[in-house]
Design a protein around this ligand. Structure first.
Ligand code: HEM
Length: 461
């Protein structure tokens, strides 16, 4: 087994034999450290053998990402590493391919347009109001696990906005299932038996054996569908994701099956809350570590909102708050890696990629590429403020890919952008969170880039 740098502009021999195996071991144990150390040592196009005839290409330039996700996207499908996810969320939008994916995307996309997500500002504000009320009742200096609270908040928002359902009672159960899923999914990625048609069965067995039941997602999903089916007539004025999925009709007059609806609900529950929650957690941690950025955010929020709760239209009037979120996702992209399998031989911006290879274009690496980002490890939201007289910053579009790109780009991007800005502004209006001496946690690369427990002290402003 050898790890070699793909001959691109220069050829650098990589390590051989046991050294390469050690590097693969590091990639499995600590993917972030592994990715960073490999790319620092071997550059932006690295081939890591991961099987007798299979290689993982680790590509970290914007032009690589652009090719794989957009211009050359027809040659790529979701990588084998996404298969374990199907045990948890079935064949929803995130994991489906081909015609099924296209038909479902067409159904849900309209309600997630930049304009239409504004309809979700009210449920977002209601859920956040609940959090502020709870925090308002706590003694100044109370220590909280902010990551757990952001996760519950984001789930509450998804429940209210997409399913008109109160998921708060299920938060603990769902979070346990999701945390378990993340562990099982990561473990299963590297179990050869977990690929292929029997993957669901194998993974469920792995989950049970390791005490990580993933069944907590199925209960609430089934309940939501049967409750809605039992409704005598739809609630007036309601048109949530559940309604959209249940009333959709294809050209031949058929609709989605209950299994298909259930898979989409599980997908949106997972994809729609976990990513926003970790973004908010990292943003709060970074603001505590960089007081000048926090003071500027507080000043902006006070000036623009003058004490009232933010509404959808305010999001465009909070450029610093937005820049803080944008810079947070640069440093800690919730979807830290994006992976595809190549269908045919390809040339990815100068890198020869054989058919069957797995290609990773990790936002975590692309966002820290020193050629495109000055002080790549620094926290500097100002880099995302439009330079005076120019509409956009001078960097390639695919240098920043927290939401992916091409046809499989995040359908919830506008939802997430609105949600994270409104929630951060609402919290900053009333509270300051301070880090404990433990500081900013080391990120854990599970399905998302998680802070684990994030202990912070809550202070009123
Ligand atoms: C900060 C928050 C978020 C981030 C960083 C994020 C990131 C991403 C990324 C990178 C992908 C593409 C994955 C790939 O190409 O393999 C994706 C897909 C997806 N996201 Fe998000 N996401 C966020 C929030 C949301 C929200 C709020 C929702 C739903 C309301 C959502 C629903 C989805 C779905 C359904 C897909 C699959 C889309 C498809 O393939 O058609 N995401 N997300």
């Amino acid at each position: 087994m050898s790890t070699t740098v793909v001959p691109r502009r220069t050829t650098t021999p990589g390590p051989k034999g046991s050294q390469a195996a050690m590097r693969l071991g590091l990639l499995l144990r600590d993917p972030l450290a592994g990715y960073l150390s490999l790319s620092a040592r071997y550059g932006d196009a690295i081939r890591v053998p991961i099987g007798p005839r299979q290689s993982l290409f680790l590509l970290s330039r914007p032009e690589h990402a652009e090719h794989v996700l957009a211009t050359g996207q027809d040659n790529y499908v979701k990588a084998f590493t996404y298969r374990p996810l199907r045990v948890l969320i079935g064949d929803g939008l995130l994991t489906a391919e081909g015609e099924q994916w296209r038909r479902h995307r067409r159904i849900v996309q309209p309600m997630f347009s930049r304009r239409d997500v504004r309809n979700f500002a009210s449920p977002m504000a209601e859920a956040t109001g609940q959090l502020l009320k709870e925090w308002g009742a706590l003694a100044p200096g109370t220590e909280l696990d902010v990551a757990a609270r952001m996760s519950a908040l984001a789930l509450d928002i998804v429940g209210r906005a997409l399913f008109s359902t109160d998921l708060t009672g299920e938060a603990a159960q769902l979070n346990r299932a999701m945390a378990a899923s993340q562990k099982v999914a990561l473990l299963a990625t590297f179990l050869p038996l977990s690929y292929g048609p029997r993957s669901a069965r194998v993974l469920k067995a792995v989950a049970r054996r390791t005490g990580h039941s993933t069944e907590g997602i199925e209960g609430p999903v089934g309940r939501m569908i049967s409750d809605r089916r039992r409704e005598a007539s739809p609630a007036p004025g309601r048109r949530d994701l559940l309604d959209v999925l249940m009333t959709a009709r294809f050209d031949d007059g058929t609709g989605l099956t209950d299994t298909e609806i259930g898979d989409e609900l599980a997908t949106f529950m997972l994809a729609g809350h976990e990513t926003s929650a970790v973004t908010l957690s990292w943003a709060l941690a970074l603001l505590a570590a960089f007081p000048a950025a926090r003071e500027r955010l507080e000043a902006e929020v006070d000036e623009v909102l003058g004490g009232r709760a933010p509404q959808a239209a305010d999001a465009d009037r909070l450029p610093w708050t937005t820049a803080v979120i944008t810079e947070t996702m640069r440093l800690y992209p919730p979807a830290w890696t994006i992976e595809r399998d190549a269908l045919a031989d390809d040339d990815v911006a100068g890198v020869p990629v054989p058919a069957g290879s797995t290609v990773a274009v990790p936002p975590y690496l692309v966002h820290r590429h020193p050629e495109f980002w000055s002080d790549p490890a620094g926290f500097d939201p100002a880099r995302f403020l439009p330079p005076a007289g120019r509409p956009v910053a001078d960097r390639p579009r695919y240098a920043y890919i927290p939401f992916g790109g091409g046809k499989r780009a995040c359908v919830g991007q506008s939802f997430a952008e609105l949600e994270t800005v409104l929630v951060l502004a609402s919290i900053a209006q009333r509270f300051r969170l301070e880090l404990t001496p433990a500081g900013i946690p080391k990120p854990t690369a599970a399905i998302t880039l998680r802070p684990g427990r994030l202990r912070m002290r809550l202070l009123p402003r």
